[in-house]
Design a protein around this ligand. Structure first.
Ligand SMILES: NC(=O)c1ccc[n+]([C@@H]2O[C@H](COP(=O)([O-])OP(=O)(O)OC[C@H]3O[C@@H](n4cnc5c(N)ncnc54)[C@H](OP(=O)(O)O)[C@@H]3O)[C@@H](O)[C@H]2O)c1
Length: 304
């Protein structure tokens, strides 16, 4: 178990940092934010996922490593943390660390409901709140459309009762797009989550335009195609357009490509490593590519 003294040290280290490093969205500080269309609330554009990376047994070593990853996330101005009961122990590991952070940095806590049946859904969402140490989730989404009619009905009721702030639905890998589009047309969603990255641009055809049209915030999963993009980039030098945009790495290049799409609200790369989290948070600031620069990024990618 992580010793209390170590958490206190982490907390003290976080407290010593200037306010903006706790995820301030002050434009003067340079964090790129996007408004959630249904409310106008601004959130930092780079968040984090927890699938696999936070699904580890509770041990002193694991908690120390993940606490350092979260510290780098908050130091980089991150707020949005995405999890799910599907991700094994991930919600619990996030909660283990958040529970000990005093003061707690601003967190936009997002999880999902991933089960069949009304009562099972309610039990699962309540368990998620305990596991992730969250009084009230900012966002709960139906995971992979699982029993979506039932779960969305509960989520709409919970939102009306103030038990959750935003509701949504998720998919990934290009699955269920037709069903998702139909749900987006008919249901009052705040968020929709799906896969979009420089090597998988299917979402540009219908999902992203419809989200913009319907005023639904987008949360982008698998921004690195689960790491596959790095295999193609290898140790090849960054193209000129990356330097022009202030990207120091291929990771920042991939994230900035996504951020440059005007219908993207938030991107949630996942990492278990502190240096990768620092790298990812580099894309939370600086330039946002315009349409012409995104085209140059695509051409550079295609030329690899
Ligand atoms: N249906 C759904 O709702 C759904 C489906 C898929 C994903 N998601 C969400 O989206 C999140 C992100 O997707 P994902 O985890 O599948 O894949 P991803 O973020 O595209 O890729 C994660 C991989 O990239 C590596 N990585 C991260 N940052 C890096 C960097 N700066 N440099 C080099 N390698 C880096 C990680 O390895 P290291 O640990 O070694 O850094 C990991 O292997 C998930 O964690 C989850 O929260 C939701």
């Amino acid at each position: 178990m992580l010793k209390r003294r170590q958490f206190v040290q982490l907390s003290a280290a976080l407290s010593a940092l200037p306010a903006v490093t706790f995820g301030g969205t002050d434009p003067e500080q340079g964090v790129i934010t996007r408004p959630i269309p249904s409310s106008g609330e601004a959130i930092p554009v780079i968040g984090m996922g927890t699938s696999q990376t936070f699904d580890v047994p509770r041990s002193s070593e694991a908690l120390q490593q993940l606490a350092a990853v979260l510290e780098a996330f908050f130091a980089g101005g991150g707020e949005v943390i995405d999890s799910s009961p599907m991700y094994g122990e991930a919600e619990s590991r996030v909660g283990d660390i958040l529970r000990e952070l005093q003061p707690r940095p601003p967190v936009f806590a997002a999880t999902k409901v991933w089960t069949e049946g009304r009562e099972a859904g309610i039990d699962q969402m309540q368990a998620s709140a305990r596991r992730m140490a969250v009084e009230r989730f900012d966002l709960i989404a139906v995971h992979n459309l699982t029993d979506w009619r039932t779960q969305l009905a509960t989520l709409k009721a919970w939102k009306a009762e103030g038990k959750v702030r935003y509701i949504g639905i998720t998919t990934s890998h290009g699955r269920f797009h037709d069903d998702l589009l139909e749900i987006m047309r008919r249901e009052p969603l705040d968020f929709v989550q799906f896969t979009y990255n420089i090597a998988n641009r299917t979402a540009e055809k219908a999902l992203l335009p419809l989200a913009a049209d319907r005023g639904i915030a987008t949360m982008i999963n698998r921004p690195y195609q689960r790491g596959e993009l790095f295999a193609r980039a290898g140790d090849k030098p960054l193209p000129g357009i990356a330097r022009e945009l202030g990207c120091d790495s291929w990771g920042q290049f991939f994230l900035k490509f996504i951020v440059g799409h005007p219908a993207v609200t938030n991107v949630i790369p996942a990492t278990s490593k502190v240096h990768h989290m620092r790298d990812n948070m580099g894309a939370n600031r600086g330039a946002v590519p315009d349409a012409g620069q995104r085209q140059a990024m695509l051409e550079a990618w295609d030329a690899l």
